[in-house]
Design a protein around this ligand. Structure first.
Ligand SMILES: [Mg+2]
Length: 223
């Protein structure tokens, strides 16, 4: 078989070496701006107004509540936050859903993946309800063979158990797997599991600078 070369970041690679492509959604394929706007701006404002808190206090309180659940499924769980904050999180997300958008070149990259590989899985920590809303706005499901929410596998991607569950769900060879995500904790978790081709994202959110560097190669554009 001849080489099927692709370029990702500054590296040329051969699609013949890849059997499985695992892709994160938010911050990788879709602009993280929707999510950061929602959690850092919109939600604190609504929560402050409903409870009569000063906005800055609401923001600080909310951030400290979120911090307590970092890296766990609760952090990503709309049901948990609806209950904890007394707000209908999905209804609020729908109110700002016009901000849901692809990152530049993401669609071109997805088309290329679909052309080159028969096992493309979305692996997201997003709750299924949020995934459904994003599909409604972007039709992103058309590019994937499988859409996996970590809630349904029982562990977030940060947890090594996630990668075992993913393999139990459908076996994959970590040595022949390409994985792209914008979370350093998640990438570290994938690397510990032995996934060979790992990339990070240089600017997950189009409206702000990336907060921290990555030890993995950072992609500016996907295609
Ligand atoms: Mg992400």
């Amino acid at each position: 078989m001849g080489k099927r070369l692709g370029i990702i970041g500054s590296m040329e690679f051969d699609w013949n070496n890849i059997d499985t492509v695992l892709l994160d959604m938010d911050g990788t394929l879709l602009d993280l701006h929707f999510d950061s706007h929602f959690w850092l701006e919109y939600m604190p404002r609504v929560w402050a107004t409903r409870n009569g808190y000063p906005l800055e206090d609401a923001r600080i309180k909310l951030m400290s509540m979120l911090d307590q659940h970092a890296g766990t499924l609760n952090w990503y769980c709309v049901d948990y936050w609806s209950e904890a904050l007394g707000l209908d999180i999905m209804q609020l997300k729908e109110q700002v859903a016009e901000k849901i958008a692809y990152r530049p070149t993401a669609k071109t990259f997805l088309q290329r993946c679909k052309h080159e590989c028969n096992d493309i899985r979305m692996v997201t920590n997003a709750h299924r309800k949020v995934l459904e809303l994003k599909i409604l706005k972007t039709n992103i499901d058309q590019y994937f063979d499988q859409l996996l929410c970590s809630h349904e596998l029982g562990y977030p991607k940060e947890n090594s158990e996630f990668w075992h569950q993913l393999n139990d769900n459908k076996a994959y060879d970590p040595q022949r797997t390409l994985f792209i995500d914008d979370s350093e904790a998640v990438l570290e978790s994938a690397a510990r599991h032995g996934i060979k081709h790992i990339y990070s994202i240089a600017s997950p959110d189009s409206s702000m600078k990336r907060r921290a560097p990555s030890r993995f190669e950072m992609l500016d554009r996907l295609a």
